[in-house]
Design a protein around this ligand. Structure first.
Ligand SMILES: [Zn+2]
Length: 245
C-alpha cells in the first residue's frame, strides 16, 4: 500500500499510554517538548479525578481514546476477579464501552474514535460460549489497539479493529529505538503502549529513557509520529479509495 506514510517516512510510530495514570500528567511535558502527540486510553474515573488537566491534554492535540469504564480483564487477574470477561455477555461489554465514551464526552467534550482492549483481551464468556468482542469495537471505532504483541502492523494487511502494540514499560531508549528500527525495515506501523511514566517501578516507562527516545525519534525524518487515530484514518481512507478504483 503506497502513500500511507508521508514522503520520506519509512515507518509510522504511535505512542500510547493507558489508564489515565496521574504520572502521565506529570511527564506529558516531554512529549510537548519534542512536538509529539500521543494517544491516551483513559479510564473515566481517573479523568473525573482531574478533568481540567485532562482537558488540557485533549486541547494540546493528544488523542483521548476509550479503554472501557470498568477495565474488565480475565478472572486470572486478581483485580478483575469480580469483573471478569469470562462472566460477561456481549451486552455487558457494549454497555461498559458506551458508558466510557459518554463520560469522556461529558468531561472532555471529546468523542473517542479509537479503543484499547483492557489487558489486551478481546473476548467474553468461556468455553463454548466464548466469543470475540472485536466486532463490537469495529462497529464503534476507527481502530482497536491490542497489547503485548510481537510485531508491528503492516498497513496493507492489518486489522484496524485489532492492532498489534508493543509494551514499553521498563524499556530503555535503545530498546525502544530498536523496535522502531525493526519496523522501518518492514515498513510497519509501530504502536507502543506504556502505563506510568517515572522512576524504575513495575508498569512504568522510565522518564529519562522516554525523554532520550523522544529526542531521537523526533529528529529522524524517516519516522512519522502520529496518534493512533491519525494513522488509522489514513489507512482507512486509502483502503476506501482503492476499493472504489
Ligand atoms: Zn489498562
Amino acid at each position: 500500500m503506497s502513500g500511507v506514510f508521508p514522503p520520506g517516512a519509512a515507518v509510522a510510530l504511535s505512542l500510547s499510554f493507558d489508564d489515565a495514570r496521574a504520572s502521565q500528567l506529570e511527564a506529558i511535558g516531554i512529549l510537548q517538548e519534542y512536538g509529539i502527540r500521543a494517544s491516551f486510553y483513559v479510564l473515566p474515573a481517573s479523568v473525573a479525578a482531574a478533568p481540567d488537566r485532562w482537558r488540557v491534554v485533549a486541547l494540546s492535540g493528544h488523542e483521548i481514546g476509550n479503554h472501557t469504564r470498568t477495565h474488565p480483564c480475565s478472572a486470572n487477574f486478581e483485580f478483575s476477579r469480580a469483573n471478569a470477561l469470562e462472566d460477561k455477555t456481549m451486552r455487558d461489554i457494549a454497555t461498559d464501552i458506551d458508558a466510557a465514551s459518554q463520560v469522556i464526552q461529558d468531561f472532555l467534550d471529546v468523542q473517542p474514535k479509537t479503543f484499547a482492549y483492557p489487558c489486551g483481551q478481546s473476548f467474553i464468556g468461556r468455553g463454548r460460549q466464548r466469543r470475540s468482542y472485536v466486532p463490537l469495537v469495529a462497529e464503534r471505532f476507527v481502530a482497536g489497539r491490542g497489547y503485548a504483541s510481537e510485531t508491528g502492523n503492516l498497513p496493507d494487511r492489518c486489522d484496524l479493529a485489532h492492532l498489534e502494540a508493543y509494551v514499553i514499560d521498563g524499556l530503555d531508549a535503545g530498546a525502544m529505538k530498536s523496535i522502531v528500527d525493526a519496523g522501518m525495515i518492514r515498513g510497519e506501523w509501530v504502536i507502543m503502549v506504556g502505563h506510568d511514566i517515572g522512576q524504575r517501578r513495575p508498569q512504568t516507562v522510565p522518564v529519562w529513557e522516554l525523554d532520550r527516545f523522544c529526542r531521537r525519534v523526533s529528529q529522524d525524518d524517516r519516522i512519522w509520529i502520529a496518534p493512533v487515530l491519525q494513522v488509522a484514518e489514513r489507512i482507512q481512507s486509502i483502503r476506501q479509495a482503492e476499493n472504489r478504483g
